[in-house]
Design a protein around this ligand. Sequence first.
Ligand code: HEC
Ligand code: HEC
Length: 256
Amino acid sequence: MKALWLIAALAATTGQADPPATADAPAAAPEAAAASETPAKPLPRLDLRRAHAPAGDAQAGKGKSEVCAACHGADGIAITPAFPNLALQKADYLYWALHAYKDGRMPESPMTPMAAPLEEQDIRDLAAYYASLPHPPPPADTAPADPIDPGLLAQGQRLYMAGDPAKGIPPCQGCHGADGRGNAQAAYSDRSGRMPYAAYPLLRGQQNDYLQTRLQQFHDDAIDASTNSRVMHGIGKQLDADSIKAVSTWLSSLKE
Ligand code: HEC
Ligand code: HEC
């Protein structure tokens, strides 16, 4: 019954016809405080302290992914460095990201019209499908890749692993994993069933330009979709252009 109440509350607060809530996986409830503090915002941000998302059917998702392949590649590896890879990304992260686009919580992008027609089941299936794909293989056409400045790579790796205390930047690995494959506590569930780290994204091998754009958006406070985007804004505002370039270049260079 509690889950039903949550569904009703979510639908009433956001005006959504199909809230991403089910009895087996309670949805993130909107933050009442955020809604009343920022009346200008059309939607309260998603509360992702309960980030665990309902499971989908990867096989069904594969069938639905044809339209996505035009930009994200048939194997989930984006066709240009400006678009994100989806292969091996965390299903919980993908699920909430798709809802954020669908609800209009993200800045306008080519993704906005793509997410609009997706139904709840499509979102579950697509999230399951992309999360099931193997880690990004090296792109086929990069045999004679431009040599990357080793100093830049070292700077990026240092920032990711150790942060930069002088600039107030914490180590990225604390939240995104020492290997960049997502939060080490992703499966952690507290006593009230919250899974606060489930939707922390994988960054390893992500596309360089996409990472830089995204980090700049966090820096500029351009993303206010969820409690998780608030967490990342806190980090992003400490990042200068130099740090963004270094850490993005290093992360995107990790191909295995
Ligand atoms: C026309 C190109 C295009 C198509 C087609 C497309 N996308 Fe996207 N997608 C993008 C772009 C560009 C972004 C980054 C948008 C931004 O800056 O917020 C993105 C972002 C995403 C993200 C967020 C990734 C992250 O790391 O945060 C997900 C998930 C996603 N797309 C899934 C899909 C799915 C599923 C489909 C098919 C239903 C699809 N996309 C179709 C261009 C596209
Ligand atoms: C305190 C935890 C925390 C730390 C430390 C942290 N992040 Fe994040 N990061 C997050 C969360 C949570 C998200 C998901 C935000 C969302 O859903 O909008 C995120 C999202 C991101 C994204 C977007 C991924 C995508 O696919 O769109 C990038 C890029 C990123 N972080 C890079 C970094 C870098 C680089 C650092 C280190 C300088 C860092 N993060 C440190 C918690 C953290």
